[in-house]
Design a protein around this ligand. Structure first.
Ligand SMILES: *[C@@H]1O[C@H](CO)[C@@H](O)[C@H](O)[C@H]1NC(C)=O
Ligand SMILES: *[C@@H]1O[C@H](CO)[C@@H](O)[C@H](O)[C@H]1NC(C)=O
Ligand SMILES: *[C@@H]1O[C@H](CO)[C@@H](O)[C@H](O)[C@H]1NC(C)=O
Ligand SMILES: *[C@@H]1O[C@H](CO)[C@@H](O)[C@H](O)[C@H]1NC(C)=O
Ligand SMILES: *[C@@H]1O[C@H](CO)[C@@H](O)[C@H](O)[C@H]1NC(C)=O
Length: 545
């Protein structure tokens, strides 16, 4: 079931931003131009400096060249304007569990006057879309959802003085072939892998309200002009309670919010998402992570970096490391629970089962096969799961199980991993719990460090150092927090055994990048959570038409 992931949109060519309370310290080079931005391209053309082959967008060469130009930019002492930028209502993110498909959400403000949206955060796709001039949208009334205390909003570009049409002639307009004239407003349609699930509408440009913290630790408001999908018509999962108020794509594509912010020179081309075990977390644009973090390079797929793929060299369950267990996986906040390729899944699950001292059981309707009874209030010791990356970088999964609660507390637990076809797995949000995950698009690396998701902007010095490079705003002696979680065995940080080379660089993408579970509450079974179905959705695939 492979779909070709076409670029939704190619390049952001405009960037308008402004900010209030700019402190004098900022050595801000008005507008940074990437060598391969349209503007640079235009300058080249104007200079008639022919013979230059523009690398195809998104291939390695493109990113290497961008990295080189970023490097030059640093050498030229052109800092970015802010170290960390976050949504105007704060950096906090929340998962409403059952109610909204187990994804993480944050409030964002768009337009003038501003309107707030509770968007799902999806690193597996690029476009930011919100319900807009609705023809067919999810219910927006708070009374429809048990977790909301205020109604969700609908965006109306005509009601925002800062909104602008994105015409079909715009470089980021992928559906331009379907336009009758170049001046027509650019339509978009994203078809998701799940049957009948899509978002479609028109592209608009409007202001996204953000915030940063200045030298004096005061909030500074930051505005950035971004492209927004005016989602007039949603279908499938999007009408059934997942992302009812829109979705923010955080993928590598040029149209995604972090790409736009970096290109505007507001931040470094990196962002982080942190997930704690209390269903909340943080998002920071510009965050490169602490120097002590572990990391691994993103892998291309078909020579392109369209999503965040990493190569796992080995897996360890407890002290037992499985040999020849290389596979690659998409790291995706838009996937609530992890999926692993069939063969990898079988070996891990069997070893997990071998080590666990509990009675296997089955919870009807759950998507997971390896579930265990737990009679006490405490879970039995669960072996830890460790993913080993090149150069001995390792990722200990703090919380690989999903705890099932009954009337009298814990009733059991399941290894929250599902098998999938194909050779590229998906590391979902449940595996990232307890970590600050850094998507460093400058170095094309994934970084991770244990974290309790504290507010990085709170009381930390946020200035640029005298030589223009951003000083590290983050504590280097960050507490190695081991989230106690729900009686999950504490993770053991340790060095990985020598890893075997693996065929990590598989060349095709999985057909899904946003996957979530629907959960129905079945009180008769005395279970708090019962998974009824799960299905994958591809937010990265566009259709033409
Ligand atoms: C800055 O704004 C955030 C989000 O609105 C708020 O939580 C925080 O308290 C503010 N900090 C200051 C110093 O005003
Ligand atoms: C959004 O609008 C409200 C009221 O119109 C205003 O108080 C608030 O400051 C605005 N927020 C931003 C980020 O501009
Ligand atoms: C998708 O839509 C088609 C036609 O409307 C319908 O026959 C099919 O059952 C739908 N599939 C799902 C999974 O809802
Ligand atoms: C397994 O659990 C039983 C009962 O809880 C206990 O007696 C036994 O020692 C445990 N075995 C191991 C290997 O932990
Ligand atoms: C990885 O760790 C092993 C054992 O801890 C060590 O022997 C090996 O040299 C390390 N490799 C690298 C590349 O650091």
């Amino acid at each position: 079931m492979e779909t070709t992931r076409s670029l939704l949109l190619i390049l952001v060519s405009f960037l308008a931003f402004s900010s209030s309370h700019v402190t004098a310290d900022f050595t801000y080079s008005s507008r940074l131009i990437h060598r391969f931005s349209d503007k640079a391209k235009l300058l080249r053309v104007l200079r008639n400096d022919g013979g230059v082959r523009w690398p195809e967008m998104k291939n390695l060469e493109y990113y290497e060249l961008l990295v080189n130009s970023d490097f030059q930019r640093q050498k030229m002492k052109l800092g970015t304007k802010y170290n960390l930028v976050f949504p105007s209502q704060g950096s906090k993110t929340t998962s409403f569990g059952n109610d909204f498909g187990w994804l993480h959400y944050t409030w964002i403000d768009i337009g003038t006057p501003n309107v707030s949206f509770l968007v799902a955060l999806d690193v597996g796709s690029d476009l930011l879309w919100v319900p807009c001039d609705c023809v067919q949208c999810a219910p927006l009334s708070a009374s429809y959802y048990s977790s909301l205390d205020r109604d969700l909003s609908e965006y109306r570009p005509s009601g925002s003085s800062s909104s602008r049409h994105v015409p079909c002639s715009h470089q980021l307009c992928e559906s331009s072939l379907n336009c009758k004239s170049s001046k027509q407003q650019c339509p978009y349609t994203i078809d998701y892998y799940t049957e009948n699930t899509s978002s479609s509408g028109l592209l608009v440009e409007d202001t996204l309200h953000l915030a940063s913290v200045d030298d004096h630790k005061l909030n500074t408001s930051v505005q950035a002009s971004v492209i927004i999908g005016c989602g007039m018509k949603q279908s499938g999962g999007y009408l059934d309670g997942v992302a009812p108020d829109g979705l923010m794509g955080l993928g590598p594509g040029e149209i995604s919010v972090p790409s736009v912010l970096a290109k505007a020179g507001l931040i470094r081309n990196s962002f982080s998402m942190c997930f704690d075990d209390e269903d909340s977390g943080r998002i920071y644009f510009g965050d490169k992570g602490p120097p002590t973090q572990e990391s691994t390079h993103f892998l291309p797929s078909d020579g392109k970096y369209e999503t965040y793929i990493v190569g796992v060299e080995a897996c360890c369950i407890g002290n037992s490391c499985l040999k020849q267990m290389g596979f690659s996986a998409v790291v995706d906040s838009g996937t609530s629970f992890t999926f692993l390729p069939n063969e990898v899944y079988e070996r891990i699950a069997k070893e997990f089962d071998r080590q666990i001292n509990a009675t296997i059981t089955s919870y009807p309707g759950y998507p997971w096969k390896y579930c265990y009874k737990s009679s006490s209030e405490e879970l039995p010791k669960v072996p830890h799961l460790k993913l080993v990356f090149p150069l001995n970088n390792s990722f200990v999964v703090f919380n690989p199980v999903f705890v099932v609660y009954g009337i009298q507390g814990i009733s059991g637990f399941c290894l929250a991993v599902q098998p999938m076809e194909g050779d590229v797995g998906t590391i979902g949000q449940n595996f990232m719990t307890g970590y600050r995950m850094v998507f460093d698009r400058e170095k094309m690396k994934l970084g991770w460090s244990p974290s309790n998701c504290q507010d990085l902007a709170d009381g930390k010095r946020m200035s640029l150092s005298p030589n223009g490079t951003p000083s590290n705003p983050l504590p280097t002696n960050e507490q190695q927090s081991t989230p106690g979680g729900r009686a999950v065995a504490p993770a053991v940080a340790g060095r990985a055994p020598p890893s075997k080379p693996s065929a990590a660089a598989h060349t095709h993408l999985p057909s899904s990048s946003l996957q979530f579970c629907y959960i129905n509450l079945l009180p008769l079974l005395a279970l708090w959570h019962l998974l009824v179905s799960s299905f994958p959705i591809d937010t990265g695939t566009t259709t033409h038409g």
